[in-house]
Write a protein that binds this ligand. Structure first.
Ligand SMILES: [Zn+2]
Length: 429
């Protein structure tokens, strides 16, 4: 898995020539970008290959004196802008138009303050940054110290950016690293819900099964902003002002939800380290659609940033060398972990689960994680009247004739069965 981080470093030009070249480069790069943006939109260019064929030579001729990578970076950025505009526009046509949002405008390079740096156009050996202008000219900067540089030492440097703002310049340095997380003996099964993330911790080494419910604010934040949006739509008559307010609060809402998501993901990853566990989540492709209960509830569930939570968990886990496994999560809320009977009627309410076939009972909130465990490890059985989770290694011990009600002959060398916990410990974040 590829991890990527950005480090911001303040730049001080080391001489007047470097300062002059920087401003000259910014001006010329903005011209390249403006031309590239205009053409990409006009010719409806959607692939890098076509952009290169149609634009590279033309941009190169505009400013021959510049390093050739600036022409390439300009059309790449123009293309990226255009693609995200098309994506946003589709979203607007599908949904946002009805909610009163303004139609997105095609990208323009107006007021550009950023120079995109190809990896071959700069060299950083802290605290010195050298950026190639082209034609053998080089700009030299002092990159002000940032403790993150030490933290990400050893990561690969990738394409980066220089931002010039109100006379100050900053380097946005991109660093990357491939991580191969290590396999761990235990597991944390994660089920993301609208107001909580439910976890089953399976600590095989200590024979400990623990159910944790992490309350997150995602639902509450969204509910509050939905009310706010409705009242803006009702009360603010002037369209421009209304759109302005909707944008402002939309941005604030996204930031707050993202913050909650990151906090929750970080906690998952830290728990995984603490319990020496792999994290098991539902497969991402299942994440966007998962019917539970009535239509109103489905609507609210769909509006939740599941995908972002799961992606964020992956990211934070990878950063800590924790492995994330994916399991098919369809029907996990209505399927019986003991007999496998899947029926909506099994789930009596948000708290009660009772299998209509075998009578197995459990708090409904715990059921999905137990099912994830079952799908990942193999078996949930009732060795001595109490439901227990068995690893795949132990599973062959349960012969199909005696399971699930008969006692299981345990081979101590194969570890313990985990009792399935009946109650949850609730953590608020
Ligand atoms: Zn059952």
């Amino acid at each position: 898995m590829l991890l990527e981080r950005t480090i911001k470093l303040k730049l001080v030009p080391l001489d007047t020539e470097s300062r002059r070249l920087l401003h000259d480069l910014l001006k010329k790069y903005a011209e390249l970008l403006a031309e590239a943006q205009r053409l990409v939109v006009e010719l409806d260019i959607r692939s890098v290959k076509r952009a290169h064929e149609a634009l590279y030579k033309l941009l190169r001729e505009m400013h021959r004196e510049l390093h050739n990578k600036y022409a390439e970076e300009a059309y790449r950025r123009a293309l990226a802008n255009y693609r995200s505009y098309l994506k946003l526009k589709r979203k607007w046509e599908k949904r946002l138009r009805r909610l009163g949002f303004e139609e997105p405008r095609p990208p323009s390079a107006e007021g550009n303050k950023v120079i995109d740096l190809h990896i071959s156009a700069f060299r950083l050996s802290p605290p010195l940054l050298e950026v190639s202008y082209g034609g053998g000219k080089t700009m030299k900067f002092l990159a002000m110290p940032n403790p993150l540089l030490a933290k990400y030492a050893g990561w690969r440097i990738g394409n980066s950016k220089i931002l010039v703002d109100k006379g100050s310049a900053y380097l946005f340095l991109t660093v990357r690293r491939n991580v191969e997380p290590e396999a761990r003996p235990n597991r944390i099964y994660v089920d993301v819900n609208e107001s909580s993330i439910d976890l089953l911790v399976a600590d095989w080494g200590h024979g400990l099964g623990l159910f944790l419910s992490v309350m997150h604010e995602g639902k509450e934040i969204r509910r509050r902003y939905r009310i706010l949006r409705r009242s803006i739509q009702k009360k603010v008559r002037e369209i421009r002002r209304r759109n302005q307010l909707l944008r402002k609060y939309g941005k604030r809402e996204r930031e707050r939800v993202n913050q909650a998501v990151r906090r929750a993901a970080k906690l998952m990853a830290d728990l995984a380290l603490a319990y020496n566990a792999d994290v098991v989540v539902e497969k991402l492709k299942d994440v966007t659609w998962r019917p539970r209960g009535n239509g109103e509830l489905n609507y609210r569930l769909r509006s939740l940033p599941y995908r972002r939570i799961v992606e964020s968990i992956r990211d934070k886990a990878a950063e800590r060398g924790v492995r994330v496994l994916e399991v098919d999560a369809r029907n996990t809320s209505v399927e019986c972990p003991i007999c496998g009977h899947a029926d909506k009627k099994n789930r009596k309410s948000t708290t009660e689960f009772r299998c209509t076939k075998c009578g197995f009972e459990l708090h409904a909130q715990l059921v999905p994680t137990v099912n994830l465990a079952r799908r990942c490890e193999g078996v949930v059985a009732r060795p001595a009247g109490q439901e227990a989770l068995l690893t795949l290694e132990e599973a062959p011990v349960v012969s199909s004739g005696e399971a699930p009600h008969d006692p299981v002959n345990h081979d101590p060398a194969r570890g313990k069965a985990l009792p399935v916990p009946k109650t949850a410990k609730i953590i608020k974040i």
